[in-house]
Design a binder for this molecule. Sequence first.
Ligand SMILES: Cc1cc2nc3c(=O)[nH]c(=O)nc-3n(C[C@H](O)[C@H](O)[C@H](O)COP(=O)(O)O)c2cc1C
Length: 448
Amino acid sequence: MPRQLHLNAFLMNTGHHEASWRLPESDPYAHVELDHYIRLARIAERGTFDSLFLADGPQLWGNIAQRPAGALEPLTLLTALATATQHIGLIATASTSYNSPYNLARKFASPDIISGGRAGWNIVTTAGAEAARNFGLDAEPAHAERYARAAEFLDVALKLWDSWEDDAIVADKAAGVWGDDSKIHPPRHKGTYFSVEGALNVPRSPQGYPLLVQAGSSEDGKAFAARYAEAVFTAQQTLADAQAFYADLKSRTKATGRDPEHIKVLPGIVPVIGSTEAEARANEQVLEDHIVHRHGVANLERLLQLPGRTLELDGQLPSDLPPEDAIEGAKSRYTLIVELARRERLTVRQLIGRLGGGRGHLTFAGTPEQVADAIETWFTQGAADGFNIMPAVLPSGLETFVDQVVPILRARGLLRTEYGSRRTLRERYGLPRPANQHVTTTPALASV
Ligand SMILES: Cc1cc2nc3c(=O)[nH]c(=O)nc-3n(C[C@H](O)[C@H](O)[C@H](O)COP(=O)(O)O)c2cc1C
């Protein structure tokens, strides 16, 4: 089987562009409408995407004057979408800093069962003091501590998902034996952050556990991904940076004793498509013209940790910004934005324009062929195993991508034309079903 792209549809209310909700075509209330998401899921399924993805944080994100805010809880929404779709994977974000492993392991095992093995977990440590203050803390835990807690969280969650062997249910009516107690393995975990005694209260799910996805690109983030993640979402602005990230992550994964093929790297891309290059650029300009710059300035001042200082809209970023080491929030995104501004000598106004589409993810305006070329280049030049497709405007941007770019990728043999016999999300990503840590052989999926 030739290597093929993995595509994930990163869904965000009316689109990733911060001004998308202001376009005449957009419904500013769509962010909490189930029908909107069902429509998006079905378009992505028509494009034979591997999965859908929803971001999340346990706080009201951003500035509600700027764009639609507040969202449906991702696991709840994805479970509803599981019943409206047949094939596509369903990846929900949940934080290891503001959840406990027992509850969360159960919450992910349930949709994996309901969807027939299509659930995935985007594991995040959650940057920012706003979330911390919603959970009895005055400030966010230090970056290194958030990742230390994340590692123990995963160890406990894996013990919980493995606490049922695949064949623990025997349902022997004649003998009057429903389950085999010898196949239940309580974690009896006592660690730094968690104590968890008993087995999970959900049987083992079709995939064993959800696909494990990670989305932080700092040193600690990459170390964590190399150990646990099966797919990684990342923001990369240049081919060279993406190649360096890809090579680094694959070699770190190998160093942990894992097969580097078993971690799929998916950079984000915000495609803005037009039938000519000029039309694509004009579409991009329409979006940029709808940006309200005062919101962008406030966002940048917060992200760059500049309390009490005002950024000049037509000036450059200050030269005395703190180094990444001094950042306790989202380290890799901080560095990406500062490097982007400095590399291209952008004014604050231009930087806000560049971030408006994808908050640091690569925005690419072009014809369907040019978008397909960019995707093919990154895929074949060691920068990506696939992409997080982040349409600037939804649903139209996803529809255009599926109707106009997907056929080109298929014609080039880079993308599947149908889902075929692979049923689970992990199978779609070409990954093996994980073994249960308590058994030496993994039963075939069919016997689960
Ligand atoms: C595609 C993508 C999606 C992300 N989604 C979320 C999210 O939903 N919630 C969240 O708290 N962080 C999210 N993040 C941010 C990271 O998980 C992480 O918090 C951030 O990149 C900082 O990690 P780092 O310090 O290791 O770079 C996302 C990052 C990427 C690249």
